[in-house]
Design a protein around this ligand. Structure first.
Ligand SMILES: [Zn+2]
Ligand SMILES: [Zn+2]
Length: 135
């Protein structure tokens, strides 16, 4: 009788670990990639970049091959789409996406990453793209 219980517990333990293992794998697949709507500062082509979850801008441009694609941002104040001025971040040796992105049209900080599903109809205009040099 004791062996029966031990056996049952063992089966439940194996089933549970298998369940968690499968769940972990599924979560891993979801986190493996995401899409970012961006624009290339080299050729000014708008592109959607597929990249790893932990990978940040700049991304490689599918149009010209330069590593110069930065994500579009959206401003809640003026409804413009823009790419913020680039900054030299500590520990980096190339201009990068700023820690506090500022709207290039109205200069406010009420901004977020642009998402076509949310802001598609609201875009009032595109601010001029920044230079590829740090501000
Ligand atoms: Zn390009
Ligand atoms: Zn603005």
């Amino acid at each position: 009788m004791k062996n029966f219980f031990l056996g049952a517990i063992l089966i439940i333990a194996v089933a549970a670990s298998g369940f968690f293992f499968v769940r972990a794998q599924r979560a891993g697949q979801l986190e493996e990639g995401r899409e970012t709507a961006g624009v290339c500062l080299a050729c000014e082509q708008e592109v959607v970049v597929k990249h790893r979850f932990d990978e940040g801008a700049p991304f490689n441009c599918s149009a010209c091959g330069e590593k110069a694609v930065f994500p579009w941002m959206f401003c809640y104040e003026c409804n413009y789409k823009f790419v913020p001025d680039l900054e030299m971040l500590p520990g980096t040796n190339e201009p990068n996406f700023p820690l506090q992105p500022q709207c290039r049209h109205c200069k406010c900080y009420q901004v977020t990453y642009y998402d076509k599903a949310f802001f598609g109809d609201q875009v009032a205009g595109h601010a001029k793209l920044p230079s590829r040099e740090a501000r």
